[in-house]
Structures are given as C-alpha cells and as structure tokens.
Design a protein around this ligand. Structure first.
Ligand code: ZN
Length: 257
C-alpha cells in the first residue's frame, strides 16, 4: 500500500494530540517495545538519537553483514542501554535447503560470538525471523517450525519475533516465546493502524512490539518511514500510556512475573 508521506505525518500528529498527555503507566497497563530490523545505517544516524532524546531505548535486530562497515558504533549501543538482537549473518529468506546444524553454524554462531563480546554473556538473547519465514529444512510447516525452534533453543535464544499479529498477551509470550507477534510500520500499517494497535495493547494489557526498517531515504525503500514520521510515532508511543522497554527486559519481566 502506498502511504502519502505528508498525510501520514499529519495523521500521526492528529492522533498524538488526540491521545493526550502521557500518564504514569504501571507495567500492568501493558507494554511496548520499539524494534529495528536489519542493522541499517539510518538506525545509528536517526533512530538512536531520536530514541535517546526521549529517554527511550530500542531493540536492534542486526545482521552481521549489514553492520560490518560501522561495527564499532554498533558495539557501543549496549553500553547506552539499547539491546542488540540476532537477525542472522546474511538474512536468508530461502531456508528450506538448510539442515539445522549448517544453518546454526553459518547464520547464528558468528553473530552470537560478536554479541557475546560486545554485550556480555549475560545479555538478552532475542531473535527476529528474517522475512518471517520458519520453514527450516524438509517436512511439513509444523515440522519445519519445530526444527527451527529447537535449533534456537539449542543456541540459548530466549525469544523469536515475527512481523505480524495482534499485541501479545502475557500468557502467549510465556507459552510461545518464539512466536512473538509485532506490527511492521510502513508496509501496510497506516497511522490509524498503529494508534489502534497501541490502544488495544493498553486496553487489554498486552505487549505491543513495533518494527521499523529503513528510516529516511536509503537503499531500502520497502517499509521506509521518514525521520519526521519516526519522531511522531515515538511521540505516539510516549503518549500511549504503555510502559516502554526492550524485548529482552520485557521477556525477563514476564519470566519473573
Ligand atoms: Zn529483516
């Protein structure tokens, strides 16, 4: 769906104003995590400063390939309270030819080793599925997904996030940590969709997870939002009354609650 950028921004501003000032939000009122996929330069240049201006912290699901050029800057994010999650080494979308061991060795272990170095062994171990695909290896969809989840658990992963579905009930996230649902912004999601998604999380005390890709102009135009739209969406998050936290912190909270 094509979203006219000026109308998108105007719509967001209206919704932010309509939702009123942020109230102090207990965790029981629901939560929201702000996530960024693919390890893009605009995340360092635009998203991190925009988050930090507001006292927010993001969860960045990176591919080792994409962050290689500015890896020293990425390595500093955990020290500033942001979370780095895994999104494989090369972002493969066709994974049925892989067996689990080859897939883990090629797409997970090199990135895991780097994450251990920069974020420490006690780091959160969260993952986002590239292209939302779970059909690892041969067999039926259920067999393929079970194989993928077993591989992730074997690697010590604590959660896996896709890019669609309603806000997560706490019981769902506890029972299916590798089926975290999220809303991908800029593809089919209009400002009203984002607003309704956050309001539903608030009303039903669920966990909302937003997914950003490219911010501003850049090589990846699919799912891109402008820096202004990104700013307004962060303001909408602040105004939503939801508690904000990284995916790893929220998973820990659910585990202890
Ligand atoms: Zn991706």
């Amino acid at each position: 769906m094509h979203v006219d950028r000026r109308r998108f921004a105007t719509g967001l501003a209206t919704l932010v104003l309509a939702s009123g000032p942020a109230a102090a939000a207990p965790t029981a009122a629901g939560a929201v995590s702000i996530t960024y996929d693919d390890g893009l330069p605009s995340h360092l240049d635009v998203a991190v400063p925009a988050l930090e201006r507001r006292g927010l912290r993001g969860t960045f699901y990176v591919t080792l390939e994409n962050i290689a050029q500015r890896i020293a800057e990425w390595a500093r994010l955990p020290g500033r309270g942001h979370e780095l999650g895994a999104h494989t080494v090369h972002h493969p979308c066709n994974i049925s030819p892989f067996d689990a061991k080859t897939f883990a060795d090629r797409e997970f272990r090199p990135l895991d080793a780097w994450l251990d170095r920069v974020a420490g062994p006690g780091r959160a171990r969260d993952f986002a599925f590239p292209c939302d695909v779970t059909d690892l290896g041969a067999g039926t969809p259920n067999v393929q997904r079970a194989r993928y989840e077993a591989m992730l658990r074997g690697l010590g992963m604590q959660s896996g996030r896709n890019s669609e579905g309603p806000p997560n009930p706490a019981a769902w996230a506890r029972l299916h940590p590798f089926r975290l649902q999220a809303l991908a912004i800029g593809y089919d999601a209009t400002p009203l969709d984002v607003f309704n998604y956050l309001q539903r999380a608030r009303a039903e005390r669920r966990w909302a997870i937003l997914v950003f890709h490219q911010i501003g102009s850049g090589p990846e135009s699919d799912g891109a939002v402008t820096a202004v739209q990104h700013d307004l969406l962060l303001d909408m998050v602040l105004a939503s009354g939801l508690a904000t936290d990284t995916v790893g912190m929220q998973m820990r909270r659910l585990a202890s609650g």
